[in-house]
Write a protein that binds this ligand. Sequence first.
Ligand code: NAP
Length: 313
Amino acid sequence: MNNLMKAVQINRFGDRSVLELNDIEIPTPTVNEVLIKVKSAAVNPVDWKIRQGYLQSVLNHPLPLTLGWDVSGEVAAVGAQVTQLKVGDAVYSRPEISKNGSFAEYMTVTADEVALKPSAFTWQEAAGVPLAALTALQSLYEIANLQAGERVLIHGGSGAVGQFAIQLAKLRGAYVYTTTSAKNTGLVQSLGADQAIDYHLEDFSKLKDIDVVFDTIGGETQANSWQTLIKGGRLVSISANPDADTATKYGVSAYFCFVQPNREHLDHLSGLANAGKLTVNIDSEFGLHEVAKAHERSETGRAQGKIIINISE
Ligand SMILES: NC(=O)c1ccc[n+]([C@@H]2O[C@H](COP(=O)([O-])OP(=O)(O)OC[C@H]3O[C@@H](n4cnc5c(N)ncnc54)[C@H](OP(=O)(O)O)[C@@H]3O)[C@@H](O)[C@H]2O)c1
């Protein structure tokens, strides 16, 4: 194996011009890591927020940093203590965000954060799952403890997280309201949404007795959501930390979710995918040399699914 690989890195924080395509050394897995030959990766809004330096007070990344925290690929080497994976396994992961990412020909990931890729999905589809779907699963199932028959309001149903949230909420047996644009109404309905609310024209804050609000937008969207909740309801945001005093005022619980790597959750998602119960919509695809264009697409805030980076055949 040649010792060098291509990787998209930043050496300083800033706009898209700080992205560099560099030749760097292929990393060596530690005892509990695997080396993944990356097939596909995906862009998430967190990538360009990190690139801009917005999250540096929390994540404290050393530079240079390889971006990208969704990966599908093949195991190319395993550390001495890794027993559950072997060379050649097709895998996917949302790796730990404090470490180097997946916009590279190879990456090392702690084995506990890696699961077998859904065989029903292409490399591209699989790369589109981990970060967004884990966020939806952990928010709705783990934090909100969404139950069958409950009414859930999912903001941003056409976004990457929103699309998985609609599907997971329906699989739980919930009744799903989702805010979206008219152009995306068909999309969210195809994923199972019971009622699509055009946020440009309709006032979602008139809804009543909602059990769970899943806020992927923040700002005024979150502020106008409190009054929709039933007493004892739950609000989970992934965009802005909800105010505890406001939650108390409305008699509800409120949480912020920051997605965590989790192999068991990925195994669950693989099971759904292989049973034909999970869909991934791909918004667009780019090469490793086009990450700036992929960031540009994500930064519009208009993506209708996952933005994929194709890295190797
Ligand atoms: N805390 C965490 O762990 C975590 C994890 C994942 C994501 N996030 C954050 O969650 C947010 C969403 O992530 P994502 O990957 O789903 O983003 P995304 O795919 O880029 O979302 C784009 C979608 O949002 C919709 N949208 C924009 N403004 C809207 C509004 N006011 N109401 C309803 N829909 C709206 C757009 O539809 P239209 O074109 O129709 O407006 C578009 O389809 C980002 O801020 C991201 O950083 C946080």
